[in-house]
Design a protein around this ligand. Structure first.
Ligand code: HEM
Length: 434
């Protein structure tokens, strides 16, 4: 336990403690930290990821579940495969644009599910606006960035004070990102051309319990994009980094795909259960460099005692999942990228899936969608491309230090494994509806 930025912070380093507190004592530990700038002044406390644990959070969670449940996500396989085929086609045509193409593709999946808006200038504009909004939101959540987070009474300062103006501008950026695609869906519904989507469904549902409130829909749109796009982007780019550094693991995964999927088609989401080594590569990617290496913090709403510690009300609890990812193992070096550790029942290796998605009632609601997205990106890349290190420089492991930790742009080479594989992509992308 330590003090920082005027707050008491408890870092949890064991999976047992995370489960005992966040899961078994969910009534005490399901709240997020209080953030005056980002949360109260910019309004992010109204988004699913930061809402206080209570009735409003439950409504958001229930609405999100309707589009992200294990049953709901089965509907998206074809759309995900279409988007990834188009991504692969771009990697053949303009391999130098990996970072931008990956960002757009991860964003497209969320925009398609949330708003049903397919590839167009409007879709690109919404994704760019979403990215801008997320940069603003990320800055607002850096601890100690704004004086009002250290001295919350300053929130009553007049509206012309600089941080107040910045908060108002930030709030408008976040809401207008979500307002524009929402208006787009409404226009499409009016014109009878709206594609099935989360918002289309909610806006066409007779309002019986008041849950389809416009303000809620705006924040839900922001939450899904904010939580879903960057995490997927970070995970796939980390995988590419891992493949450059570990060519022999790449070959093993490619061999499995060639044997199971064959050479006459691209992988499908439904191939996942038959690709055990690829699954181990994904687990290892998420263990080696977890996208949320310190999870998402919680706040104790009551005084509590745990394992001899007194945890006063208001304490922030940080699940240090990095400590679990890097726990020592006699056989497998935690620093090394070794998918085999997840296939070896003789070793007591903690499954990253038990912590990578968070804990208890606030566990990631997008997990099932994300599992499919990450799988289909990774399996398709392995099926079609060789990922090679740059010829002219060493690979550096550099990551952003935000809540979502993503690789900083790196050099790479990505080349089709054969003309036949490239042709498969061309043919598949030609029939993609994106
Ligand atoms: C590889 C991709 C992803 C990873 C690793 C990931 C991981 C996480 C983690 C660790 C949390 C914190 C849970 C906690 O507090 O214990 C979280 C929360 C959340 N995730 Fe994800 N996530 C991913 C993708 C997605 C996607 C695709 C969506 C939606 C489209 C999504 C929506 C959310 C939301 C809304 C929350 C906040 C839930 C709440 O506070 O109740 N995530 N995620």
């Amino acid at each position: 336990m330590f003090q920082g930025f005027g707050k008491r912070i408890l870092v949890l380093n064991s999976l047992q403690a995370m489960n005992d507190l966040f899961d078994k004592r969910a009534n005490i530990y399901s709240n997020r930290p209080v953030s005056t700038f980002g949360g109260e002044l910019m309004g992010m406390d109204d988004s699913l990821a930061f809402l206080p644990y209570g009735d409003e959070w439950r409504i958001h969670r229930k609405l999100a579940h309707s589009v992200l449940s294990p049953t709901a996500v089965k509907e998206y396989h074809a759309m995900q495969e279409d988007i990834v085929a188009t991504f692969a086609k771009s990697m053949i045509d303009t391999p130098e644009d990996l970072f931008t193409t990956m960002r757009m593709s991860a964003g497209r999946i969320i925009i398609a599910i949330t708003y049903g808006i397919r590839a167009s200038q409007a879709q690109t504009d919404y994704i760019m606006a979403g990215e801008h909004a997320m940069r603003v939101a990320t800055k607002a959540t850096v601890p100690g960035q704004y004086i009002v987070d250290l001295l919350p009474f300053l929130k009553y300062a007049p509206s012309w004070v600089s941080f107040q103006c910045e908060a108002q501008v930030g709030r408008e950026i976040l809401l207008s990102f979500a307002r524009n695609p929402l208006e787009h869906v409404k226009r499409d519904i009016e014109a009878g051309i709206a594609l099935p989507s989360f918002m289309q469904h909610l806006l066409s549902t007779p309002v019986d319990n008041g849950s389809i409130d416009e303000y809620r829909l705006l924040w839900l749109g922001t939450s899904l994009f904010g939580a879903g796009a960057e995490t997927t982007y970070a995970t796939v780019l980390t995988f590419i980094l891992a493949m450059m550094l570990n060519p022999e693991k790449q070959k093993l995964a490619q061999a499995e795909i060639d044997a199971v999927v064959g050479g006459s088609r691209l992988p499908l989401v439904q191939d996942a259960p038959n690709l055990r080594y690829v699954d181990a590569v994904i687990k290892e990617t998420m263990r080696w460099q977890p996208a949320l290496h310190l999870g998402m913090p919680r706040r104790a709403v009551e005084d509590d005692y745990y394992a001899g510690y007194y945890i006063p009300k208001g304490t922030l609890l940080v699940p240090n999942v990095w400590a679990i990812a890097y726990e020592p193992n006699e056989k497998y070096d935690p620093e090394a990228f070794l998918p085999e550790r997840h296939l070896d029942a003789s070793q007591n290796v903690t499954d990253p899936m038990t912590w990578a998605w968070g804990f208890g009632r606030r566990v990631c609601p997008g997990r099932y969608l994300a599992e499919h997205s990450v799988f289909i990106f990774i399996a398709t890349i392995l099926a079609v491309f060789d990922i090679l290190p740059p010829e002219d420089e060493d690979i550096k492991l550099e990551f952003t230090q935000h809540l979502v930790r993503s690789p900083k742009p790196y050099k790479y080479r990505i080349v089709p494994r054969s003309d036949t594989k490239a042709k498969l992509v061309e043919d598949r992308a030609a029939i993609a509806v994106v």
